[in-house]
Ligand binder design. Structure first.
Ligand code: DX5
Ligand code: ZN
Length: 216
């Protein structure tokens, strides 16, 4: 059983103070920083790109967990790797040749993740599971923070955990969207070992105890 990792998403941070957000995440005890890259095409929202990854790389040793919500993310893998990302996750729905790009990410020395939106069944991932370090199950439709979890998506977490354990693979299973103290419990029970948490983290008054609770 993997130790639970919490990855606070700076999508819910104060956009005029990302440095401050990094400090808040570091002092909370969470070891990862989730960075939601949106292009306004794959999802109806625009956030930031590899320049912010580079800027935050200069400020922290935390794991930079980059979630690409862009059309044809393969075009940008090298840029994000050179900028200091540790994990690059892209959407299955956004690339035809996902195996090729997962391998490219690993060849660059990074961890490779694949994400699926709520409408995508996890069965499409079966043949590429040996090539991933992380499966990110979206528990809301991607594009915005602060949405309510779609609990049916957790069935995919259960299925992926079974497939992983039966096959003896060791990728992490992450959930992203609508995660708070209550839904984190449900997600962990389903088999998630990595929790992305945006609005519930940045609105919390006691981030340290929130992270400690979620980790245990
Ligand atoms: C949504 C993003 C999420 C978002 C989660 O498209 O992928 O990472 O930041 O935010 P909350 O936790 O507020 O749902
Ligand atoms: Zn995300």
């Amino acid at each position: 059983m993997n130790k639970t990792i919490v990855s606070p998403s700076i999508l819910s941070a104060d956009f005029s103070d990302f440095g401050g957000a990094v400090s808040q995440i570091e002092t909370s005890g969470a070891g990862w920083i989730h960075m939601d890259v949106m292009d306004g095409s794959f999802v109806p929202n625009i956030t930031f790109g590899h320049h912010l990854v580079r800027a935050l790389r200069g400020k922290t040793k935390a794991i930079l967990d980059v979630h690409l919500m862009v059309v044809q993310p393969g075009r940008f893998i090298k840029k994000f790797a050179e900028s200091g990302a540790d994990i690059i996750t892209f959407h299955y729905e956004s690339e035809v040749h996902s195996q090729k790009f997962l391998t490219e990410i690993r060849d660059l020395g990074l961890k490779a993740g694949i994400a699926i939106a709520p409408s995508t069944p996890c069965s499409v991932l079966e043949e590429i599971l040996p090539f991933i370090d992380l499966a990110l199950v979206m528990t809301v439709n991607p594009g915005f923070g602060g949405q309510v979890i779609i609990p049916e998506c957790l069935e995919k977490v259960e299925k992926l955990k079974k497939i992983r354990d039966n096959a003896g693979l060791d990728f992490r299973i992450s959930v992203d969207g609508g995660i708070n103290e209550q839904t984190a419990e449900q997600a962990k029970n389903a088999g998630a070992d990595t929790l992305v948490i945006g609005s519930a983290f940045f609105s919390s008054l006691d981030k340290k105890s929130l992270i400690t609770k979620l980790q245990n």
